[in-house]
Design a protein around this ligand. Structure first.
Ligand SMILES: [Zn+2]
Length: 597
């Protein structure tokens, strides 16, 4: 039974091309890791379809670096085509060759060359090894055939790295043992290998998820599966985040800060999207705001040197964000709500846009698209804010044209974040709107980065989720009014002009319906502020769809009907989208990957 306490991954290389050790081994070493190399000793020093194969001196290096040497057939004879007795002879020949070269070494694991084994061959070689590995393009979990372990060949998805990251993620959730395999690791890889950059990105992602990474035989030891022989486990070098930091110390660190409240349905996908960032140096901090569901348990599955999970009693999203920031060390801050998703290159594209000598006072924004369940259906609709803009121009557009930017679109330097101050814990709704006004005021302006993308799960209210929704409670409506006044103050403090006043009036008019007519005190304050700005507020108009209700049932009811009809509409949309998402899931083996090769 493959049933690890923690999910496991093994990196393996078939045929042992030189580059698998020189390039691939070097990458593993940087993360403090080791792998398994399956060797056909009859082919030493020869050329192969995956480039030049190992030299005898490479075997020494391999042992010194504590990798595992696994067994292939001596002559690399094909598993299915070769008669069982010949196949067994080739295995014995490989064992003898190893004994002659390194009397102390012995093979404990085997991989079938080229194809599936004949049942007869499988039975014959079983006594020689603790495990034999095949292909299968999946991970091992539960009852597993140790004589034909499944492995995933990386090169089969080398044009779509997300497929592999997703598999690592699925293995994580299922607590399985994923054996990854390939051949050469080179800048110009054969059809059977992959590039160092590609391999490095896979290893980095795996390390970030906190999975245990061991060569095949050590993985068996961890699983306490003996196989045919009893072997003492070797001491193991634990990987540390600092080893990876060493390679990239010059790169800025990006902190991804995730406040979470009752987000059990979404948090794993959100974390996966954070872990899958192609930007090398990240840390992820999840602050659970007193969830009453499984949010914490799910987030804790991902705890590692890169992922930290803390809990506090329920104080609201703003307080959770302040806690996350206090714990962070990043040069840049990425805010991420627990139900939203980042595209893998979101941060990398924004960091590239800053460049090495870019100003730390420039605020970066990105595209965002709304979705419910099916991410591939997200619609990216540009607004007036999808541009490089000065702080005043940005706020003018936000207020005057009633457009907004989603929280996760921003990437903010630590300097700017500190200059802006803490999140305002009084604001139960639109706290992000108010907060980013302050960041904006402290900045030199906004740099919009086309192609950097955020998938915004919206609207939160339809899911009974964590996101705020105006109209939900009197407290939230009052908080919204505070936020509006602050918006206007910020804009006026930067520029007091005719166009600013006009935009503020427009803003007051657009939002008046939230308060009118029942919140008497706020209605009065809105009117006073409008007068101060040199204008007047009109009684709000309901859209024609609801306006007919007004003479019949009065304002309050018509407004309430509008809200409940909107909710009903979203609920229907949600069920339909969820159904189609599950349907897609049944057709595709891996979630969220739109294409597999
Ligand atoms: Zn092979």
């Amino acid at each position: 039974m493959v049933n690890p306490q923690k999910p496991l991954i093994s990196f393996t290389f078939d045929d042992f091309p030189r580059s698998a050790l020189l390039e691939g081994g070097a990458i593993l070493k940087r993360y403090g890791l080791t792998g398994t190399y399956y060797v056909s000793l009859g082919l030493a020093g020869q050329d192969s379809p995956s480039g030049p194969l190992f030299l005898i001196e490479d075997l020494k290096t391999l042992f010194e670096q504590k990798h595992e040497l696994g067994c292939h057939t001596f002559s690399h004879c094909e598993s299915w085509q070769t008669e069982a007795s010949v196949f067994e002879d080739s295995v014995i020949e490989n064992r003898e060759a190893l004994r002659n070269l390194f009397p102390d070494a012995k093979f404990e694991s085997f991989s079938y060359p080229i194809s599936m084994p004949r049942p007869g061959s499988k039975a014959r070689i079983a006594p020689y090894f603790r495990s034999c590995r095949g292909a299968g393009q999946t991970f091992n979990r539960g009852t597993t055939d140790l004589n034909q372990l499944s492995a995933f060949f990386l090169e089969k998805s080398r044009h779509n790295i997300e497929v592999i990251k997703n598999l690592i993620y699925q293995n994580h959730l299922a607590r399985g043992w994923l054996i990854l395999a390939t051949h050469d690791i080179s800048e110009n890889p054969s059809p059977f290998g992959c590039t160092p950059e590609f391999f490095d990105e896979i290893v980095r992602y795996a390390v970030r998820t906190g999975v245990e990474i061991k060569p095949v035989t050590e993985a068996l030891n961890t699983l306490q599966i003996q196989g045919c022989e009893t072997v003492q486990p070797r001491p193991y070098v634990v990987s540390e985040c600092d080893t990876t930091a060493e390679i990239t110390r010059k790169q800025p660190l990006v902190s991804i800060l995730i406040p979470a409240y009752n987000a059990q349905e979404w948090i794993a996908d959100t974390l996966h999207s954070a872990l899958a960032q192609t930007w090398e140096r990240i840390e992820i901090i999840v602050v659970d705001d007193g969830s009453t569901d499984r949010t914490v348990a799910i987030a804790q599955q991902f705890e590692s040197n890169c992922v930290r999970v803390v809990t506090q009693k329920n104080q609201g999203a703003a307080a959770a964000r302040n806690t996350a920031f206090a714990l962070s060390r990043g040069d840049y801050i990425q805010w991420l709500d627990a139900d939203d998703v980042l595209a893998p290159d979101k941060i990398a594209r924004q960091m590239e846009a800053i460049g090495e000598h870019g100003s730390r006072k420039v605020l970066l924004s990105s595209e965002f698209g709304r979705f419910l369940y099916r991410q591939q259906r997200a619609e990216f609709i540009p607004t007036e804010l999808w541009k490089d803009l000065s702080p005043v121009e940005w706020l003018l557009r936000k207020l005057g044209k009633n457009v907004y930017m989603q929280t996760a679109t921003w990437l903010v330097s630590r300097e700017l974040t500190e200059a802006a101050g803490l999140w305002d814990t009084r604001l139960l709704s639109d706290d992000d709107g108010e907060y980013f006004c302050r960041v904006l005021c402290a900045s030199e302006g906004v740099r919009f980065v086309p192609g950097a993308r955020v998938y915004y799960r919206a609207p939160g209210v339809a899911f009974g989720g964590s996101l705020s929704y105006i109209g939900a409670s009197e407290l939230k409506i009052r908080a919204h009014w505070i936020s509006m006044q602050l918006h206007i103050d910020y804009l006026l403090s930067m520029e007091d002009s005719g166009r600013v006043r006009a935009a503020c009036l427009k803003y007051l008019q657009t939002c008046f319906i939230y308060y009118y007519p029942e919140m008497n005190d706020i209605v009065k304050e809105v009117e006073q502020l409008a007068t101060k700005l040199g204008g007047q507020i009109q009684a709000p108009k309901l859209s024609w769809k609801y306006a007919w209700m007004r003479p019949l049932m009065g304002w309050r009811l018509a407004k309430r009907s509008r809200v409940s009809l909107l909710r009903l509409k979203w609920r229907l949309k949600k069920s339909l989208d969820e159904m189609l998402f599950k349907f897609d899931g049944r057709l595709m083996p891996s979630r969220s990957s739109s294409k597999q090769d």
